[in-house]
Design a protein around this ligand. Structure first.
Ligand SMILES: Cc1cc2nc3c(=O)[nH]c(=O)nc-3n(C[C@H](O)[C@H](O)[C@H](O)COP(=O)(O)OP(=O)(O)OC[C@H]3O[C@@H](n4cnc5c(N)ncnc54)[C@H](O)[C@@H]3O)c2cc1C
Length: 586
């Protein structure tokens, strides 16, 4: 059942209390309640109960995703601290605050992550259960490839690389000339720009049409639609929305440390603060599971006294356990828009400028589920490796997971995708968004206040490592080389904007400082480490170190950010976590 007020809670104890109904929380809500003997409560801060609600059209229509953030009622409207690597700019840093979490508002690009990502994780955590061979069944269990709306086949994919899970994935519904050129150029160029039929195959390097979380009717497929909706009618699942968890409480000690079995929460409304909020608690008989995402999970841990003892003391919080890694090692992918004027007059620039044109596309989507609005914002992409002889390797080790993972990414958009600069009033453009997907920079989440309703300090420390500056400069030059290949002749007219004018490496690096933003992939703030290791926040079973009864299952547990759009890897982690939890308590 979906509940909107703590007074509706039918009981004060559940076997499992899950904090957050996002990517991971949705998977757990579904998989754990497959066992009718388990009772599960999910507490979600999200202010709306919409799974598919007309009021939130932009969460359903794939193409409209970028219109959701920033500053919306269904997002956490976070900002970063001034970014030293970006001329002290403060970036908007949204997360989803709705059933489905960030999967209900994200840009829908879907990646599994390469075999190297998981094999590195298995080595790092000394747990073969995370190897690429072991996680494959969880990947196959999470998603399936479907026909794009209006198409008679799924299109060009490697069918062996797809499973039978609830998240629906598809190739672009609407063919854009730019995407065909990207595929053509990669087939022609080969080498560092090779074509890759299916990036979910284990090898994630190369160029391809994007696979996105769009279902066969042209709608977003999220953790809410794929996992939560089908489980909502189960008697053993309650989901309490519009409610924020404020901290976790220990009510005893065990031989494994303090027992964490109580969850404190309040209904956050405008103006409500720590002093006036009416607090409630619920007890978890088996486990509390934090799935509040890479920003809120460490915030809740810190507010509960789980973190660096010395820093907690400066905030007046008594440490239950000294875990200095909580909130540290934050990683994210820096992304930068490269604009080009093009000769085509069919780019979607006019759709963004002219409400009548957009209205016609929306009508087409409404009546058929097809057309441009059924496409995710990025419909072709490529992951590239740095050249092996790059000078940066003389001073820096390669932070990527291995040769099957990219160092950088290009995401192609058939129009002016405004990030830092607004869309110009006239002209046709394409945008190539370049990202450093195996970055070396690491930042942190720290408490700004002991008020749970206050946002924490968010510092992704973008471009603070010279490695990331080098990699971003290289991929900007790679874009230019890629677009100068013969398939783009006559299509690309001229580079545009500050980055377009940058020529030397120093000029490119300087323009990047002005242009880099986030692609909203924060990870690693509650990182996994081997059982018994003194570092890390959770062990390889995702149990929080030094306490009893508490697990973290979300994007925060990756020790290194995957070189992939992060939703797919989070679903994989959550699917495996569900099996670990079932095995521990069945
Ligand atoms: C704008 C945007 C675009 C993105 N684009 C893509 C993309 O194209 N492809 C891709 O793969 N990934 C993308 N991502 C990233 C992806 O969505 C996330 O990596 C993924 O959703 C993380 O899963 P999670 O379970 O860790 O957290 P989330 O999915 O964010 O879920 C966390 C949930 O916990 C809830 N919560 C937090 N704190 C509390 C609290 N105190 N009490 C109760 N509930 C709480 C939140 O409201 C939320 O519902 C994007 C993200 C954003 C924000």
């Amino acid at each position: 059942k979906l509940l909107t007020n703590p007074s509706q809670l039918p009981k004060s104890q559940y076997d499992f209390v899950i904090v957050g109904a996002g990517a991971a929380g949705g998977v757990l809500a579904n998989r754990l309640t497959e066992n009718p003997n388990f009772s599960v409560l999910v507490i979600e801060a999200g202010v709306t109960n919409c799974i598919r609600n007309e009021d939130q059209l932009a969460t359903i229509v794939p193409f409209l995703a970028p219109s959701i953030e920033p500053q919306s009622a269904i997002t956490w409207n976070f900002t970063t601290v001034p970014q030293k690597g970006l001329n002290d700019r403060v970036l908007s840093y949204s997360r989803g605050r709705i059933l489905g979490g960030s999967t209900s508002i994200n840009f829908l690009t879907y990646n599994r992550g390469s075999d190297d990502e998981y094999d590195r994780l298995a080595i790092l955590t000394e747990d073969k259960g995370w190897s690429s061979d072991s996680i494959q069944k969880y990947y196959l269990k999470s998603s399936r490839i479907v026909k794009p709306p209006g198409k008679s086949s799924v299109g060009d994919v490697d069918s062996k690389a797809h499973g039978n899970g609830p998240v629906q994935i598809s190739l672009p519904a609407f063919s854009l000339p730019l995407d065909s050129l990207v595929v053509k150029a990669s087939k022609l160029l080969g080498g560092r720009f090779s074509y890759n039929l299916d990036l979910q195959s284990g090898d994630s390097v190369g160029f391809s049409l994007a696979q996105s979380a769009v279902d066969s009717t042209g709608k977003r497929s999220s953790s809410a639609t794929a996992y939560i909706q089908p489980a909502l009618s189960r008697k053993n699942l309650d989901i309490l929305i519009q409610t924020q968890v404020t901290r976790l409480i220990s009510s005893g000690t065990t031989k494994n440390g303090p027992l964490i079995n109580k969850v404190e929460f309040a209904q956050s409304a405008k103006g409500l603060n720590q002093r006036t909020a009416k607090k409630f608690t619920v007890t978890a008989k088996n486990e509390v599971i934090l799935s509040a995402g890479s920003i809120n999970t460490p915030q809740i841990l810190l507010l509960s006294g789980i973190g660096n003892k010395t820093t907690l003391a400066t905030m007046g919080i008594k440490a239950l356990v000294d875990l200095p890694d909580v909130g540290q090692h934050l990683q994210d992918h820096p992304i930068l828009s490269n604009y080009f004027n093009v000769s085509s007059n069919t780019t979607w620039d006019n759709v963004l400028r002219d409400p009548a044109v957009a209205g016609a596309d929306l009508t087409q989507w409404n009546t058929t589920g097809q057309g441009l609005f059924a496409n995710a914002p990025g419909s072709s992409l490529g992951f590239v490796r740095l050249p092996e002889n790059s000078t940066i390797f003389e001073t820096f080790p390669d932070p990527s997971a291995g040769p099957l993972s990219g160092n950088m990414e290009m995401i192609f958009a058939d129009g002016f995708a405004a990030t830092v600069s607004p869309q110009p009033p006239t002209g046709n453009f394409i945008t190539v968004n370049t990202a450093v997907v195996s970055p070396a920079s690491r930042g942190s989440i720290t408490l700004a206040s002991t008020d749970p309703f206050a946002f924490p300090n968010i510092d992704p420390a973008f471009m603070t490592s010279p490695f990331d500056v080098f990699a971003m400069t290289q991929v900007v030059k790679d874009v230019r080389q890629f677009l100068s290949s013969s398939p783009f002749k006559g299509f690309i007219a001229s580079p545009f904007g500050e980055m377009g004018a940058a020529q030397t490496d120093d000029q490119i690096a300087a323009a990047a400082k002005d242009g880099v933003v986030t692609i909203w992939h924060p990870t690693s703030t509650a990182r996994m480490s081997p059982k018994g290791a003194s570092w890390g926040v959770v062990d390889s079973d995702l149990l929080v170190k030094g306490v009893c009864g508490l697990r973290v299952v979300d994007a925060s547990v990756f020790p290194n950010i995957p070189a992939a759009h992060t939703t797919g890897p989070v679903y994989i982690v959550a699917e495996r976590a569900a099996d670990l939890i079932k095995a521990a308590w069945s």
